[in-house]
Design a protein around this ligand. Structure first.
Ligand SMILES: Cc1cc2nc3c(=O)[nH]c(=O)nc-3n(C[C@H](O)[C@H](O)[C@H](O)COP(=O)(O)OP(=O)(O)OC[C@H]3O[C@@H](n4cnc5c(N)ncnc54)[C@H](O)[C@@H]3O)c2cc1C
Length: 566
């Protein structure tokens, strides 16, 4: 049986940075990365706009202090101030480290790393590689992991986290290629499984695999989740597919235009205009549409993102992927015509509750990246801070885990767990099962988008909770039609749906309980931020199969609560 010092689940930017850091700290450690897809296909590769760091290359007056303040203000004061400070303080170091490892950043005329303006930031501080930043970062990290000899298990699906008396023992995973269930005993497990915005299904910018698997597995293993109700809607998804048009398009000077031809952001954020923070810009677009100033089409109502005045040269040089996506998915070349857009579910601010080293309450279990809630983004993440988070906290957790691994006792997982999972999988294939997973998944996405979207009310949230509980009941009779072992993607999709249903319930229950508006969570029945009653993190745990909601204080620092205006 394989035995590991550290197993990392997830081959995105967070997982690979941690893997690299572990072996740079102690090359003698025996580690493995487990990933349901090939690492360089992880959603990190879809990140377009860039990663923030106060390098002050473009604006010499930019400082780390300003970055910290922008992040905390952007979070609507829900971020933990110690974690947000670490994020911004470490930013220049990790960006320079990537630069030294060969990430091909776009450059200013003087040869320094180029920086573009991003929403909610007081200076242009987003470092980028054209509009393919995530792809280039992930590629750099993957090369480093190969160089260091990291062992990869690709196309392995995490089923469960194994523990004994509150101490992590490793994980169980399905080998998708063979259909075998394999156990991975490990003294430390680092979850880096990415976000959960795909629960909104076809109203999402996320990759199909962003189904919150690690988060749901942690919840089942007794580890609390935090702030799950905060789901970020990105203002500019393509009208038909929800695919992302980076904030960089507005950073480069794009306009948002309604059907009357107005640049309506002047009514909502007169100073920052299109570069207001994401929650504000998404709400503004939704309001324009709701009040009849959107364009009509058979694919739904939309707003125009106009780049035509930027010219062909800038668009082809700085926004090549955006042009490609618009042409392929909307049939529109942004050099000649505006791009039809509407807000799309994009990012999970919530996740597995961790401290600022990535540790969870379970000894030996860490979580990093989008699956974790450390929390640096609070109620609303600033664009460019998430790639940064996966780098900074991937590095910190990797280092901490490398130091801790040697001091931990050996672990073991009983083989009987394999039979337990096999029995469950077989039960899904029985003739008595009849529900179709695609239908349940569609209905889950629809109720989330309709009832737990940008604007939320008590009535809608009660509806969402009712719908999702019914879907969880129906899921008990879900059928896996494919009974083969090799590449049973039907089984994998059903396991992903099980995870998303748990997460959909947490999003809705947290949103129902939070009777205020803060950041991405906008209640039309409680329109004000309520610091007296709700300046606190929402916590989620399972007890006897039921989801419990409780609260825990926000870690404050020198920044006092203030009204958030732009
Ligand atoms: C379209 C798009 C554009 C973005 N642009 C930006 C940007 O410009 N700037 C920015 O800061 N942020 C951006 N973000 C956000 C940012 O890219 C992500 O938050 C970040 O890359 C997440 O990295 P991660 O390593 O945590 O997870 P991911 O990159 O999502 O990787 C998750 C990994 O976990 C593995 N995994 C998942 N479930 C399982 C399982 N059950 N078993 C085994 N393995 C599993 C997957 O195989 C994958 O390797 C963007 C996001 C999207 C969707």
């Amino acid at each position: 049986m394989k035995q590991y010092d550290i197993v990392i689940v997830g081959g995105g930017g967070a997982g690979l940075y941690a893997a690299m850091e572990i072996l740079n700290t102690d090359i003698s450690l025996n580690i493995a990365v487990i990933s349901k897809i090939y690492p360089n296909r992880s959603h990190t590769s879809a990140a377009q706009g860039g990663a923030n760091a106060a390098l002050a290359n473009k604006d010499k007056t930019d400082t780390i202090e300003k970055h910290i303040f922008d992040t905390i203000k952007g979070s609507d004061y829900l971020a933990d101030q110690d974690a947000a400070s670490i994020l911004c303080e470490e930013a220049p170091r990790v960006i320079r480290e990537l630069e030294n490892l060969g990430t091909p950043f776009s450059r200013m005329d003087d040869g320094t790393i180029a920086q573009r303006p991003f929403g909610g930031a007081s200076s242009p501080r987003c470092c980028y590689c054209a509009d393919k930043t995530g792809h280039t970062i992930l590629q750099t990290l993957y090369e480093q992991c190969l160089r260091l000899g990291v062992k990869f298990y690709n196309e392995y699906f995490l089923i469960s986290i194994e523990e004994n008396d509150g101490v992590c023992q490793g994980i169980t995973a399905l080998n998708i290629q063979s259909g075998e269930i394999e156990i991975f005993p490990a003294k430390i497990v680092i979850l880096a499984t990415g976000g959960y915005a795909k629960a909104y299904w076809n109203r999402s910018s996320n990759a199909a695999g962003n189904t919150g698997d690690g988060i749901a597995a942690a919840l089942r293993a007794g580890v609390p989740l935090k702030d799950m109700e905060f789901v970020q809607f990105h203002p500019t998804g393509l009208r038909k597919s929800g695919l992302l048009v980076t904030e960089g398009a507005r950073g480069e000077g794009g306009y948002l235009i309604n059907k009357n031809g107005d640049r309506f952001m002047s009514n909502y954020a007169p100073e920052k205009m299109e570069l207001g923070p994401r929650d504000l810009v998404s709400r503004s677009i939704e309001t324009e549409i709701n009040e009849g100033r959107g364009f009509d089409s058979t694919a739904g109502q939309y707003i125009n993102l106009d780049l035509t005045h930027l010219g062909a040269e800038l668009i082809t040089k700085r926004l090549p992927q955006i042009r490609e996506l618009s042409i392929s998915f909307e049939g529109i070349d942004p050099i000649d015509e505006p791009i039809p857009i509407r807000p799309t579910a994009h990012y999970s601010m919530g996740g597995i509750d961790t401290d600022k080293t990535g540790r969870t309450i379970m000894k030996g279990l860490y979580a990093i990246g989008e699956c974790a809630c450390v929390s640096v983004h609070g109620a609303n993440r600033l664009g460019g801070n998430s790639l940064l988070e996966i780098l900074v906290f991937g590095k910190i957790a990797g280092h901490e885990a490398a130091l801790e691994a040697k001091s931990l006792n050996s672990v073991s997982i009983s083989n009987s767990i394999i039979d337990k999972h096999k029995k469950y999988f077989r039960s899904l294939m029985q003739p008595s099962q009849y529900e179709r997973y695609g239908v349940i998944r569609e209905e889950m996405g629809t109720t989330l988008a309709e009832n737990v979207g940008i604007y939320r009310t008590e009535k809608n949230l009660i509806q969402a909770i009712y719908d999702i509980k019914k879907l969880i009941e129906r899921f008990k009779r879900v059928k896996v039609n494919d009974t083969s072992t090799v590449f049973n993607t039907n089984l994998v999709n059903v396991l992903e749906l099980r995870n998303m249903l748990n997460i959909a319930l947490a999003i809705s229950a947290g949103a129902y309980a939070r009777k205020e508006s803060r950041g991405s969570h906008s209640r039309t029945d409680y329109t004000k931020r309520d610091d007296v009653n709700f300046h606190k993190h929402t916590m989620f745990t399972l007890s006897d199969g039921n989801l419990d909601v409780s609260y825990k204080p926000v870690i404050m620092g020198k920044y006092e609560l203030e009204e958030r205006t732009y």
